[in-house]
Design a protein around this ligand. Structure first.
Ligand SMILES: NC(=O)c1ccc[n+]([C@@H]2O[C@H](COP(=O)([O-])OP(=O)(O)OC[C@H]3O[C@@H](n4cnc5c(N)ncnc54)[C@H](OP(=O)(O)O)[C@@H]3O)[C@@H](O)[C@H]2O)c1
Length: 318
């Protein structure tokens, strides 16, 4: 028996997943959160919900049988599984294309009400990036497999829990000079994780299907502008130096050797393309799903962790 208010989330332990569990359980939805390791991720997931609204499921092998079994008692499935770089057996095609294809096929066979797949913004032009190609391929397969799918394409999603602003806060705290790739001119439309979770919540509430939506925040910034805002927020001064492409490539080659790479060659290629709406699809604003949170205001709420002396030593700019 399917429960109308029951949501199955793959990739639930991640940045967006945790925020989404809070949003849905607070609004009386029952969530089944899927993770590859309850032992490692369970404590992070469990604390996101009220008692009684969350169930945890562990899955290590994504077979049609295993996935279909998980879909038995939910009417909506959300896929948040994604990787930023390839490692060992975790290839972009497997994670961003084969897996969403399997999930959407199962969703169709199990006759779910909705399958929501989170892809990415700004990937259409980036034909030299394997990340972008695999994400696009995944979108196409999901659309082919299940007509009750919704593809969401967010720009950078940020919060205190992200891998973007917090990484730059770390780097800018440590390095005296910060390289600017492509002159720092690439444009982004960052969206706060709670605004993005609200959009997913609205997509479920309004029972939207068969749509592709680009999801953006209220402001457009260049990479350089983002770094300047972060520097202001952590109260530090650093040299931002445009890096010629051949040096940026060497930089990325070195960074991608790290266990958790700060930058890979593939990410460097992707950084060349603006992360703004393509005008090919509707946006969250077209569907009256506003994203109101302002970048500078939001990062100021957590940047004190990176200021010298902590929260109460920070100068308040007026
Ligand atoms: N954050 C952004 O700025 C942003 C922007 C555009 C698009 N997106 C897309 O939005 C989705 C969610 O992003 P996020 O920031 O929440 O990602 P995240 O924090 O990296 O979390 C992704 C989750 O995917 C699961 N996962 C990772 N590798 C896996 C694998 N090999 N097999 C199965 N599961 C795996 C992990 O869950 P377990 O370890 O618990 O299994 C992880 O918690 C991704 O598809 C991402 O590409 C994110």
């Amino acid at each position: 028996m399917k429960n109308q208010d029951s949501i199955l989330i793959f990739g639930s332990s991640g940045h967006i997943g945790k925020s989404l569990i809070r949003k849905f359980t607070k609004n009386n939805y029952r969530v089944t959160a899927v993770t590859r390791s309850i032992h490692r991720k369970g404590y992070q997931i469990k604390t996101q919900s009220n008692y009684g609204y969350l169930a945890l499921e562990e899955i290590n092998s994504f077979t049609e049988e295993n996935v279909s079994k998980l879909m038995e008692s939910s009417s909506i499935c959300i896929n948040l599984i994604g990787i930023l770089y390839e490692k060992k057996k975790n290839h972009f095609n497997l994670i961003h294309s084969d897996l969403p294809s399997l999930l959407s096929k199962c969703a169709s066979k199990k006759m779910l009400d909705q399958f929501i797949h989170v892809s990415a913004l700004g990937i259409e032009e980036a034909t030299d990036s394997n990340y972008a190609l695999s994400k696009l391929d995944g979108e196409n397969k999901v659309k082919e497999n299940f007509n009750k799918s919704v593809i969401l394409k967010p720009s950078i999603v940020y919060s205190v829990d992200d891998n973007f602003t917090t990484n730059f806060m770390n780097l800018l705290s440590m390095l005296p000079i910060m390289p600017l790739y492509y002159g720092g001119k690439t444009k982004f439309t960052p969206i706060h994780v709670s605004d993005f979770s609200n959009i997913i919540y609205e997509v479920v509430k309004k029972k939207i299907t068969g749509e592709t939506l680009e999801c953006i925040g209220p402001e457009v910034f260049t990479f350089k502008e983002i770094l300047i805002k972060i520097l202001k927020s952590i109260n530090k001064k650093r040299l931002l130096v445009p890096l010629p492409f051949f040096l940026a490539k060497i930089n990325a080659k070195l960074f991608q050797l790290m266990p958790k790479p700060l930058l890979t060659i593939d990410q460097l290629k992707l950084l060349k393309y603006d992360n703004i709406i393509s005008k090919k699809y509707k946006t969250n604003y077209d569907l009256k799903m506003e994203a109101n949170k302002k970048f500078e205001e939001e990062i100021n709420r957590y940047s004190y962790n990176w200021t010298s002396g902590g929260q109460f030593s920070k100068k308040i700019d007026k």
